[in-house]
Design a protein around this ligand. Sequence first.
Ligand code: CP
Length: 307
Amino acid sequence: MSALSQKHLTGLKNLQKSDIELIFQTADNFKDVLQRPIKKVPSLRDITIANLFFEDSTRTRMSFELAEKRLSADTINFSASGSSVKKGETLLDTVRNILAMKVDMIVMRHYSSGAANFIAQNVNVNVVNAGDGTHEHPTQGLLDGFSVREKFGDLKGLNYLIIGDIKHSRVAGSDIPLMLKMGAKVKVCGPPTLVPKFIEELGVTYEPNLRKALEWCDVANVLRIQLERMDIKFIPSLREYSLFYGVNKELLDSIPKKITIMHPGPINRGIELTSDAADSKQSIILQQVENGVAIRMAVLYLLGGRN
Ligand code: CP
């Protein structure tokens, strides 16, 4: 079995291109497995994985759980709500106590940026970041890249646009390094207050005008406004945001080429994306979700292969 060059997957910024290619090739194989009547392989039999969710999730949590079951791993699930975190237990104590039950890998979502790296530095099992604050969401970045590769055959030379709240987005934090490493060009579009000041230093361009940005791109990844991560107001109102930066079918139909529409979910329908655009033939949103299982199987399998 090949393995990743690193023990943990906490982000894509420092992941090698060869690791990304290996994950994609492994996910191709698992996608075939998931089409079979028996969708299960014994690859991680005898491995126990703890899914630690300190923040809400639908897609990522269920996708990891399903990926683990498809690989025959044993799983235990933790939610901060209803746990002893409410009684003041620290993050590290919580993790160390769960590891004392002989757990082999951790999948963790946390509201604090850097939480996954902190845990990875303090435990001796594999850590997979399932989203940490506004930092990174590496398996989302991988499934986004995999879905675009599936649609276009290659990421090299593609024009990839990210629209919306870039500043608070861990999806942008993972999509940008992945797309650039794989040879795509990346542009961001949104109100200047929601775009990090030094974004162009990452090798990304900024276009404030939505129509111009859409005319440039092959693929547009539409992001949600992350009100829960804003302690001050960055936009005057959601209604105004929607008028200037909302993507709808009428706008898409007025662009000469058929742009592929993506969204990591959850969608706030009618704000950043209307239903007629989200549910149109141009959208690959549910393919992204489907591909998430194969990508997470690949990541868990390849990290497990290091042990
Ligand atoms: N895309 C994503 O992370 O969705 P969830 O918050 O539902 O996991």
